[in-house]
Design a protein around this ligand. Sequence first.
Ligand code: ARG
Length: 465
Amino acid sequence: MDARLAPLGLAVLAAIVVSSRAATAEGNKSARASAPAGPLAGGMQRGPTGEGTHQEGAREARRNWVTPSVVSSQSPQEVGSSTELPSSGKFLIHTGVEATFASPGFPDDYPPDVWTSWIFQAKDAAATLHVTCPEFALGGQDSLSLRTPEHGRQLFFRDNLTPPAVSSRGRVVAQLRTGRRDHGRFRCTVRAELIREVSESDLPAVQVNDPLCGRTKHTTRIVGGEAAPKNTYPWLVGVTTRSRADMFCEGSIINERFVLTAAHCVARRKLWVLNVQVRKHLRNRDSEELRFKVKRVIKYPGYKRLQDDIALLELDGSLRLLLHNDDVRVRPICLPTTACGGGSGDACFGGRTAVVAGWGVNQQRPKAYPKSLQRVELPVLTSEACEASQPTVITDSMLCTSYSGGGRDACQGDSGGPLMVDTGKSKTTLIGIVSFGKGCGVPEHPAVYTRVSEYYDWIIENARL
Ligand code: ARG
């Protein structure tokens, strides 16, 4: 990714968008850090959301805060039959029991400025706790946090695509934190079960353009080049060799077994050294990363240098469990099903704004690699303008982006990575694969991608499960 010359105005705009998000997260964090340890510790600052006139009421409300440490010091209550639990507390859930916990005042809305916590543990150490929240309508500033030893702390907000759900063999700590002006409600169930682990055959296969495809909890719109928030592009993978921590190329998950990348990334590599990195965010060592070996490389039969620069990597393991159970971090991207055919219709994406993401260089000379995933927003050229830019080289099976001011582009190391557009219903579609360019971010030289829509039939034929 190269965004050295991003115009200042746009860069500032991006900074505002980012910092307002960061401020929310920070606000929560600092509130947590300075939070009173007990329900009686009133009068402490909670964050920058205060309103002078409601100071008194807010202080009162703060007296009722129940933090996890408060609950943690309580002795647990046994829950031996399916029941509704109070709006805070520590509970030992018997096997087979399904209990309900809900926001204070449920089914009415909770009042503003709530902090309440629950701790759940299964009575039988071998049982698994399952928490799901069928009713979930929080205020804009509010969050439900679910912490487990397996998954750490997961925050759920109003805008989450899927309702909160977590399973754990250990203890689950739930916390509701709300802003001073917001209200809402939720109801969750917690169930203790002694069951075998879910196996792959219990879950449906994930095919190309599965209903799971292309969704992300983050917005895909951005301006200027910038670091992407974690998990923004859960289909993005690193393509690397088994001995390196970083990657030399990118790819995109399209179903439970196949990754789509550029043929030039893998054409001269030995199969047995290839690795695909999923759940990757940091360019170098990333503790969340999972690696897959590659069982088969299928290059497009016509691939030759810049032509038909597309290949499928068949993983030597299935992503099915991850795609179903870890969909925040691992998801397939949707593929365009209609060919452009060199024309100017909607299927050609001319004039659309797309996003490219990758771990490639931020700067060519001297070479500078980013620490984490980068992304940049770019206009897609019409097929005509694309072909005119390098008449003997560019074909109908390629697509170009070019930012008129220059400076924004994919660059060396971004190859194989996705060029994406929003295709409505919060779906993201893969329209291009980073292929080649003359320099990076040079306005006269548009960047060239493999036009994915022209290969749909080949992909379906070859990525069969
Ligand atoms: N072929 C390059 C690589 O191996 C990608 C170049 C993309 N260049 C560009 N200006 N968009 O990473």
